[in-house]
Design a protein around this ligand. Structure first.
Ligand code: PTJ
Length: 253
């Protein structure tokens, strides 16, 4: 993607500005929804008050989530308009390592937009599922429109940046849900089996590293990682990390 605005590498907020520009360009291409810019702002706020780093609780969730993906029969990575422009190469790598399919699933749905996301992902060598030939019963939003070869039959679904209406239904359909959401209080984080409270631009690269580390383990070893995982503890620690980071900041003034 060519970014129109020049951002000097020396800028103290370089990474954050580049990320914003990617989303703005993604919006101009018709890939990212305008609401995606609002969503990103919310995410940035949580990232800021978490200290903009991958905490231990995030790394634990990322590792266990990867183990769950490696154990799965039909793992699927669900991609929306934000994820498509922020981490396309990384999503492909993670999907390759975990034998997962990539499916386009958007909240702000139009046929044209899904086509645009599909063509955009093709530039990164991704053949995303988007045939939209099946429906997830129980869901009223456009996220109900899925692919019969993907989310419909999936046993594990990775859902980065959700809007909170789908997680519960995916679980009702018997699927394990891995959420990536910087807001530990969101409906999605609260409902997921694995709540990764981390920025998607750090979470997916971390998951790639874990996949490389875990891919040769025996199933029993992967099962032990999954069995020892406690998502409630992870969520609790994410909320406490916000409190602790803010306390530290206040005390340093
Ligand atoms: O492309 P579409 O049509 O599917 O729409 C995608 C968005 C993200 C617009 C849609 O799912 C939406 O409206 O989401 P929400 O309800 O704004 O929720 C998005 C969640 O993702 C919020 O809890 C944010 O804190 C979080 N978030 C935003 N940016 C990031 C993030 N989490 C991790 N990494 C980020 N970079």
């Amino acid at each position: 993607m060519t970014l129109v605005m020049h951002i000097p590498k020396s800028h103290p907020r370089y990474q954050s500005l580049i990320t914003r520009e990617k989303l703005v360009e993604g919006f101009k291409l018709g890939v990212t929804a305008i609401q995606g810019l609002i969503a990103h702002g919310r995410g940035e706020t949580f990232d800021y008050i978490l200290g903009e780093r991958s905490h231990d609780f995030a790394l634990k969730a990322e590792k266990a989530a990867v183990a769950e993906m490696l154990l799965a029969k039909h793992p699927v990575v669900s991609v929306n308009g934000n994820v498509a422009v922020l981490v396309p190469k990384e999503v492909k790598k993670l999907a390759d390592l975990t034998n997962a399919k990539i499916e386009i699933n958007v909240f702000h749905w139009s046929k044209e937009r899904v086509e645009k996301i599909k063509s955009y992902l093709e530039k990164f060598g991704i053949e995303a599922l988007a045939s939209q030939d099946a429906v997830l019963e129980g869901l009223e939003s456009a996220r109900r429109i899925v692919d019969s070869r993907g989310i419909y039959i999936a046993d594990v679904v990775l859902v980065p940046l959700e809007d909170g209406d789908r997680c519960e239904i995916l679980r009702k359909h018997g699927k394990k849900v891995i959420a990536i959401d910087l807001n530990p209080l969101s409906r999605t984080s609260q409902m997921a089996d694995y709540s990764i409270v981390d920025n998607v631009i750090r979470a997916i690269p971390n998951m790639i590293e874990f996949a490389e580390e875990l891919k040769n383990l025996e199933r029993e070893e992967l099962k032990t990682i999954v069995d020892n995982y406690n998502n409630k503890e992870i969520l609790k620690n994410a909320i406490l990390a916000i409190r602790d980071h803010l306390t530290k900041m206040a005390e340093s003034i």
